[in-house]
Design a protein around this ligand. Structure first.
Ligand code: IYR
Length: 228
C-alpha cells in the first residue's frame, strides 16, 4: 500500500512561531530554569479544593505533547471523588505493603531510604485531585485500531508537559507508580489494552510540607551534559 500524500500547513500561516532575539531567548531560558527549580515533589498535601477547570487545562496541555506517528497514545482519568480516591489509596497501599515488606530488593529499599517513603499513602485521599495516566497500546479514533508507536516515550513526554503545566498553574505534584498498577484498570473502568502508567497527585502543599534533602540534590549541568 502506498503512503497517502501528506498535506501541510505553512508554519508561518499558523502564526505559532515567533522569532526572538538571542538575548530574549537567553532571558526566557533562564526564567524557565529558575521557575522549574522551584518545582519539588511533595507528599504532604492540603485538602484545599482546586478548580477542576485548572486541572483540565493542564491535561489539555499534556495532550499537546508530541507522540509516535501522532497517535496520542494516552488517556487521563481525573479523580476528585472522595470514595474513588479512598479506593485508589486502599489498592495502592495493598500493593505498596507487598512491595516494602516482600518484593523490593534490599538494594532498592536502600536507594529509597533517603526519601523517607513507606507503604502509607494518605495523600491519595487528601489531595483534591488524582490524575491516572494510561498508555494506549492500540490506536483509536480516525486512525483505526492499529498499534501505537513509542508509547512509553510519548506518554512520558505528556506526563512531563502535565507536571510543568500543573507547576505553572501554582500546584504541587507527586508522581506515584504503585507497583503493579493493574488495579487501576478495574477501578477506573479502563480496557486491558491500556497500560496503567502513572498516578499524578495534584493540589496545594500542606502548610508543613517537607522536601527530602536528598531530592534537593540535583546533578549540576556539567554532570548531565556533553557538548560535541
Ligand atoms: N512505589 C513506592 C516506592 C517508590 C519507588 C521509587 I523508584 C520512588 O522514587 C519512590 C517510591 C512508593 O510510592 O512508595
Amino acid at each position: 500500500m502506498s503512503a497517502q500524500h501528506p498535506a501541510f500547513t505553512p508554519l508561518s500561516e499558523l502564526g505559532d512561531f515567533t522569532e526572538r532575539a538571542p538575548d530574549e531567548m537567553a532571558a526566557d531560558a533562564k526564567a524557565f530554569l529558575a521557575d522549574i527549580k522551584r518545582r519539588h515533589t511533595i507528599r504532604d498535601f492540603a485538602p484545599t479544593p482546586v478548580p477542576r477547570a485548572v486541572i483540565e487545562d493542564c491535561i489539555a496541555a499534556a495532550g499537546r505533547a508530541p507522540s509516535g506517528a501522532n497517535l496520542q497514545p494516552w488517556h487521563f482519568v481525573l479523580i476528585g471523588d472522595q470514595t474513588v480516591k479512598r479506593k485508589i489509596r486502599e489498592a495502592a497501599e495493598a500493593e505498596e505493603r507487598a512491595f516494602y515488606w516482600r518484593r523490593a530488593s534490599a538494594e532498592w529499599l536502600e536507594a529509597l531510604a533517603p526519601l523517607g517513603t513507606d507503604e502509607n499513602k494518605p495523600y491519595l485521599e487528601i489531595a483534591p485531585w488524582i490524575i491516572a495516566v494510561f498508555a494506549k497500546r492500540r490506536a483509536d479514533g480516525e486512525r483505526g485500531e492499529g498499534k501505537t508507536y513509542y508509547m512509553h516515550e510519548s506518554v512520558g513526554i505528556a506526563c512531563g508537559f502535565l507536571l510543568v503545566a500543573l507547576h505553572r498553574a501554582g500546584l504541587a505534584t507527586l508522581t506515584h507508580t504503585p507497583n503493579p498498577m493493574g488495579f487501576m484498570n478495574d477501578l477506573l473502568g479502563r480496557p486491558a489494552s491500556e497500560k496503567p502508567y502513572m498516578l499524578i497527585v495534584a493540589g496545594l502543599p500542606a502548610a508543613d510540607a517537607k522536601v527530602p534533602e536528598h531530592a534537593l540534590r540535583k546533578k549540576p549541568l556539567g554532570e548531565i551534559l556533553t557538548v560535541i
